[in-house]
Design a protein around this ligand. Structure first.
Ligand code: BEZ
Ligand code: FE
Length: 294
């Protein structure tokens, strides 16, 4: 393989991979190389732009550690996460839609009973969340596991404080609970607020250079697992949020927007006498049975 030209380089790279024994890897890499080369030709990529891109990706790698995942942020802000999520989760239209996982889910969050307060001291106005998990025909889904996580009133997740202080994560605003026999769940937490995705790194600089903001509308994350149903990773967004139509990671679906209802101080749904205003949220999740047509 010599004297490869601008016109023959793509074929040369494809030929060099012809011995690949993994069919899927081969298919993916052929397409990737073809698209990368087409891209470089289309924009007539300059050497300094190539160097800039290499330095940018190097910075993305350097800032990434077990608490900060800049590659996921890059994928999210370029719409790749939502595209991948959407094309792999087609389901009947009455099922609850999927959205991005995001970088702030952590394994091993604490177990709670229904009715308990998952904020665990996180700052924010109290919020009482109720809901159901159902199947496609309205049937209750008992014993489903719900992983819930959210940011506090300053828009930070517990893991972000740990990242700043190099400390162990104190789990706040996250927990795992199970649906009751009738598919219901209920817990106390705090009001979710809009927040900017971490933007003090290369992805933040990219957004700024592109004239984009880093904000996500207020939301509560859910990851629901139940025997016989496909897992559901989603959020519920707060109606009225000013970023619903410009989410930095393109994750909003109209069906996932719900009313967080504000109440004056007084008796909360669980009977507690609240001396501050509080919010309530009610949402019904519909899971797709395993093997159902989409
Ligand atoms: C989140 O909602 O937690 C999130 C999603 C994508 C990027 C950053 C944060
Ligand atoms: Fe989030």
């Amino acid at each position: 393989m010599r004297n490869i030209s601008e016109d023959t380089i793509t074929q040369a790279v494809l030929a060099a991979m012809s011995g690949c024994k993994n069919d899927r890897l081969h298919t993916v890499m052929i397409s990737l190389v073809q698209h990368l080369h087409s891209f470089a030709r289309e924009v007539k990529l300059t050497e300094s732009e190539w160097t800039y891109a290499i330095n940018f990706l190097t910075e993305v790698g350097h800032i990434t550690d077990d608490k900060r995942q800049e590659f996921i942020l890059l994928s999210d802000t370029l719409g790749l996460s939502m595209l991948t999520t959407t094309q792999n989760n087609s389901k009947p239209p009455t099922c609850t839609e999927t959205t991005v996982l995001g970088p702030f889910f952590v394994e091993g969050s604490p177990d709670y009973e229904n009715g308990e307060d998952i904020s665990n001291g996180a700052a924010g106005l109290p919020c009482f969340v109720t809901g159901h998990v159902r199947g496609l025909h309205g049937e209750a889904v008992p014993n489903a596991t719900l992983e819930v996580w959210q940011s506090d009133e300053d828009g930070n997740y517990d893991v972000q404080y740990a990242a700043k202080q190099q400390a162990e994560v104190k789990h706040q605003g996250r927990g795992r609970l199970r649906t009751l026999a009738d598919g219901r769940f209920h817990f106390r937490s705090i009001l979710a607020e809009a927040y900017p995705i971490p933007h003090d790194g290369p992805v933040g600089r990219m957004l700024e250079a592109l004239g984009r903001h880093p904000w996500r509308p207020a939301h509560l994350h859910f990851w629901i697992n139940a025997a016989g149903y496909e897992p559901l990773i989603t959020h519920i967004f707060r109606n009225g949020d000013k970023y619903l139509d410009s989410d930095a990671v393109f994750g909003v679906r109209s069906t996932l927007v719900a009313d967080w209802i504000e109440h004056p101080a007084g008796v909360a749904p669980d009977g507690t006498l609240m001396d501050t205003p509080f919010y309530t949220l009610d949402y019904e999740f519909v899971l797709n049975p395993v093997g159902a047509a989409s």
